[in-house]
Structures are given as C-alpha cells and as structure tokens.
Design a protein around this ligand. Structure first.
Ligand code: ATP
Length: 358
C-alpha cells in the first residue's frame, strides 16, 4: 500500500485481472503466527486454516488482536513468528501489493477531490491499466454495488453507506483473490449496517473470493460468516460455524461473547453439585412454578417480541430469562425458581472456563 500526498491511505494495490471472475481463489494458512509489539502479545501463536472462498470472521473484543491478525495476512504487519500462506505460497516475505489481497477499512479511505469513478479506477490507474479498460471495469464494479447514478459525484456528496460501497467497488475492481475487511460497517447507522451486511454477503457469493472479515459485532459474525474465529488476548478461543460456536461454545468467554443476552452462568454448586459451573442460554432458562434454584426478580424488560426477566441469585449473580410476551411476567421483587433441562446445560471448568464435554 502507499500513502497519498494528502495523507489519506489507499488500500492495497494488487495485481489486476480483467476477467469477469477471479482466475483463481485462495486458501489461507496461518501456522504458529505471533505478532508482538514489545511486551504486548497482540497475536500469540495462532494457527488457522481458511478455505478457498470461505467467509471467515475474526471476532473478539477490542484489543484481542483481530486487526493485527488481519493486517498480518494482508502483509501490513510482519509476524514476529510463524508462517502465512496464501494458496500454496509462503508470503511472509511477499509485499502487500504482490499478495493479491484487497483491504477495506472502516474509514473508507477515499480521495475527497476525486469523483466516485476516479476513486474506483484509481487502483487500476496506478497499475498502468489503459484508460478504456479502466473505465469499463469501474462501470462494472459500480453497477455491482448500485453506484451507477453517483459515478460523477465526489465522496463528500455521498452518504456513509454509499461511501462504503465506493470503497468496496474500489476493492473489487481489481478482482483480488482475497478480501480483508476491517470493521467496514462500524461507521454506519443500524439500518444501513443491516443493508450493507446483506450486500457484502451477496458480493461474497458473486465474487467467489475468500473473505476475511474483522468485527467485534457478534450479529455480523453470526449472520455473515461461514465460520467464526473467536479471539481473546491474542489467542484463538474457538473456530467453528456460527451454529457451532452458539450451540457448543468452547469456553465461558465464547458462551458470553456470542448471544444477546449472553449465556447465563450459574455458580458452581448452585444448579448442579460439583466444582464446575453450569451455563444455559436465556431461552433455555425457565421460571419453574414448582421446583428450581431460588432467585429474585430485579428487572423486567418488555421488548415487544419477548420479555426479558432479570433475576439475581444470592445478592448479585445475574441470570436472564426470555419469556414469550404473552406469558404472564413476574414483577420486580418476586421470588422465583429457575430451572434448566438437562439437555440444555453446558458445563465449564470453574477455573479455566473451558468446556468440559469437548
Ligand atoms: P479493536 O477492535 O479495538 O481495533 P483489535 O482486536 O483489532 O482491537 P488490535 O488492533 O489487533 O486489536 O490490537 C491488539 C493489541 O496490540 C492491543 O493491545 C493494541 O494496543 C496492540 N497494538 C496494536 N498495534 C500496535 C502497535 N503498532 N504498537 C503497539 N501496540 C499495538
């Protein structure tokens, strides 16, 4: 990549292929990849295989190392240890521009004084593609992303969602084999986020390229990815399909990061005897008229499609129950009994948080 004169960073400039679809697609293999910044282990011994044409989500809280891992794949960071392969090629020493990777950032990184058309064409221009071919490719990319009416506008005259689409068009115009996206939707409002989310999923299907997508938003992870890699403190906690990470979280951390509201964790010895903690999704935790663990209702939230009943076990341990709106909800201060059927219980080590029935 390069730095523009005005200080706005363009995304990666990569090889140009002018066929309708990428000539090849690329798998990605990371083996023992670490990236340390002094004492900070931003990424620590990560091994991950991303298949050809997969939509892999890197998910985790702020500071878990997901952007650093993405940037290492794109070549914007040199790993401290480990190997990065794209296809069969070891790319540790390959420059970003030669990796056939396009990067899309949250910040759009568009040139404000260039038109949409010129912004989209720009990566082709710097590769020396002739004018007519550039124009055709830019029109096709704009058409794909619904930008045809805006080709002669400047970015300042576009909405946030349209600007992000220009950034996407500029990435696809080069037909790279791998797209690396770093929180591309985080500047958009909720409605536009949902729309653009669907557009990116459709784009992935259409382009048949490998997507690696960083987010801290678990809704994006659950709805967009073919698989999700959940990171914490530089390490991978779990890799699986959205369904797998939701249904069989590998740790208390994953159980509570995925799902809104998060999984309830019952203290050791409360729901079951033994040294382990028990987890249950709020939709699997029920208020039992007859039997169960004693709790006190601390809050009742009517959300329209459901009612969330927040309970305290003892003085402070919070547990949430999701009820149908039609069921009679208890009131704040009521004493209730909570139960979870045996098939809906998840057991975790009380100290490490690791799932016990791996
Ligand atoms: P966010 O969602 O907030 O962007 P992230 O999960 O993408 O977070 P990274 O940006 O990868 O996290 O950062 C991981 C850790 O590495 C953080 O503790 C961060 O402060 C540190 N870090 C990242 N880049 C550098 C750098 N250039 N120099 C020093 N430390 C860095």
């Amino acid at each position: 990549f390069f730095q523009a004169e005005d200080g706005i960073r363009d995304d990666l400039v990569t090889g140009v292929q002018t066929c309708a679809l990428p000539i090849y697609v690329a798998s990605i293999r990371l083996t023992g990849v670490s990236k340390h910044f002094g004492e900070v282990k931003a990424v620590d011994d990560v091994s991950l295989d991303i298949a050809d044409r997969e939509f892999m989500i890197l998910l985790g809280p702020s500071g878990c190392g997901k952007s650093t891992l993405l940037r290492t794949i794109a070549g914007l960071e040199d790993p401290t240890a480990g190997e990065v392969f794209i296809g069969d090629r070891l790319v540790n020493d390959v420059l970003p521009k030669d990796r056939d990777v396009a990067m899309v950032f949250q910040s759009y990184a568009l040139y404000p004084h260039k038109t949409v058309r010129a912004n989209i064409e720009f990566p082709l221009k710097v590769r020396g593609v002739d004018k007519a071919e550039r124009a055709t490719a830019a029109i096709a990319a704009a058409e794909t992303l619904g930008l045809t009416p805006y080709l002669d506008r400047r970015p300042g005259a576009l909405s946030g969602g349209q600007r992000q689409r220009v950034a996407l068009a500029r990435a696809i115009v080069r037909r790279p084999a791998v797209f690396c996206m770093d929180e591309p939707l985080s500047n958009l409002d909720a409605k536009l986020r949902a729309e653009t989310r669907a557009e990116i999923v459709a784009l992935h299907r259409r382009l048949d390229a490998t997507f690696v997508y960083v987010t801290h938003d678990q809704v994006e992870a659950m709805t967009m990815g073919t698989r999700v890699a959940v990171m914490r403190d530089g390490v991978l906690e779990q890799v699986g399909t959205p369904r797998e990470v939701y249904d069989r979280p590998a740790s208390v951390f994953v159980a509570q990061f995925i799902g809104t509201p998060p999984m309830n964790i019952f203290p050791a010895g409360s729901l079951e005897s033994g040294p382990h903690v028990v987890g249950a999704r709020p939709e699997h935790t029920t208020i039992d008229p007859v039997d169960g663990l004693s709790a006190t209702v601390t809050m009742v939230e009517h959300l329209g499609h459901e009612v969330q009943v927040v309970c305290a076990i003892g003085d402070e341990h919070r547990v949430i129950v999701r009820n149908a709106p039609s069921g009679g909800a208890p009131r704040v201060g009521d004493s209730v009994r909570l139960s979870v059927s045996a098939t809906n219980r998840h057991r975790f080590d009380a100290t490490s948080g690791a799932r016990l029935d791996q």
